[in-house]
Design a protein around this ligand. Structure first.
Ligand code: TXA
Ligand code: MG
Length: 337
């Protein structure tokens, strides 16, 4: 199995692996990515094979700086430049009309391409050493929780990659905000750390929020992406009752809750941070760890309503499954990222 190496020789080696059509896992500020040379269709095909990802799910191309946008996209609207200036490097992916050189396999055959400049020193160093664009989805198997440490990547993808760069735990912890700028009105496809309010403030116009939840390949997708252990979302006021009911049924229940929420002693309790950035940073690692401990269920307190919690709520709804009981909120069956 590939192991992390010391930099910068490792960086040259990783760039060399990309040039040779290999797969390199690397940290970003959001989650770890599984990268390949975005202009090498055979290399990109290896990503789909390693993840078990359907071919019609397009990949994000990571670039070193906004100046490279014109290499990958055409008809770039002023809004893209404004947002790139404000948020890149950072957790914002822009969907733009694709340039003809972008391979079909990267875009799932669509006429648009997703682009972002990641805000992580190792990702930026790799992009610089490589020189081209790196197509990279999150470095997890399709339908599973995104990895926020190099250990998560190793556990899940093992031998599938040629090189792994270990940059420690990811600072943001959930995937980037995705904004579609290819139509008449900017449209949010995935909430993330860059908020709608932030984007609207830069663009001085409202953005639409219809989402990209229509499954592209109905029936092929799991209805949720999640740990194996059933996850249920429960409002804080109902959490104690819900946990008692599970315990009375002889279940082993793990609970992720706000520190002030009351819970029975017998459940395995983990307090979550009180602010959305903390939830985002910790959520996936907590779910992965709990998933190895043979709990019958993971109950998660529904976080507060409010724009700052939108991205965390979105990920929780995707992770929740249809195993709940009355009083527990269930997943809307959203697509995995
Ligand atoms: O934070 C992130 O965005 C991470 C890091 C590694 O950059 N990447 C990531 O990639 O989350 P992935 O492949 O797991 O999720 C990318 C999402 C998918 O839901 C895909 O459908 C959407 O981006 N996407 C990519 N290109 C698109 C396009 N041209 N049009 C619409 N959606 C697109
Ligand atoms: Mg993903």
């Amino acid at each position: 199995m590939p192991s992390p190496r010391k930099l910068p020789a490792a960086m040259q080696e990783a760039a060399e692996a990309l040039r040779g059509g290999g797969l390199v896992a690397f940290p970003t500020e959001t989650v770890y990515g599984l990268g390949a040379d975005a202009e090498n269709p055979a290399a990109v095909a290896r990503i789909f094979a390693a993840k078990g990802r359907p071919a019609d799910h397009p990949l994000i191309v990571h670039i070193a700086n906004p100046g490279q946008l014109t290499h990958w996209a055409k008809g770039i609207p002023p809004a893209a430049w404004l947002l790139a200036q404000r948020y890149w490097p950072g957790p914002l992916t822009l969907i733009l009309r694709r340039a003809s050189r972008v391979p079909d396999i990267v875009t799932g055959g669509q006429d648009t391409v997703g682009l972002r400049v990641p805000d992580h020193p190792l990702a930026l160093a790799l992009l610089k050493a490589f020189g081209g664009g790196i197509a990279a989805p999150s470095a997890n198997r399709f339908g599973r929780v995104s990895p926020t440490t190099a250990a998560h990547v190793r556990e899940e993808l093992g031998e599938a990659m040629d090189f792994i760069l270990d940059g420690g735990p990811c600072r943001v912890g959930i995937e980037s905000t995705i904004l579609d700028l290819s139509g008449h009105q900017p449209r949010l496809l995935r909430p993330g750390a860059v908020t709608i309010a932030g984007i609207e403030a830069v663009l001085e116009q409202p953005i639409a929020q219809s989402g990209n939840d229509a499954p592209r390949a109905p029936g092929m997708l799991r209805s949720h992406y999640a740990p194996e252990t059933p996850v249920c979302l429960v409002p804080g006021a109902n959490l104690e009752t819900a946990a008692r009911r599970r315990l009375a049924q002889g279940q082993r229940a793990a609970v992720l809750a706000m520190p002030a929420t009351l819970l029975p002693k017998a459940c395995h309790r983990q307090d979550m941070p009180t602010h959305p950035a903390g939830w985002a940073r910790e959520l996936y690692a907590r779910l992965r760890a709990l998933d190895t401990q043979s709990f019958d269920c993971i109950l998660i307190e529904v976080p507060p309503i409010g724009a700052n919690w939108q991205a965390v709520r979105d990920r929780l709804e995707r992770a929740a499954s249809a195993h709940g009981e009355p009083g527990e909120l269930l997943s809307t069956g959203r697509q995995p990222f």
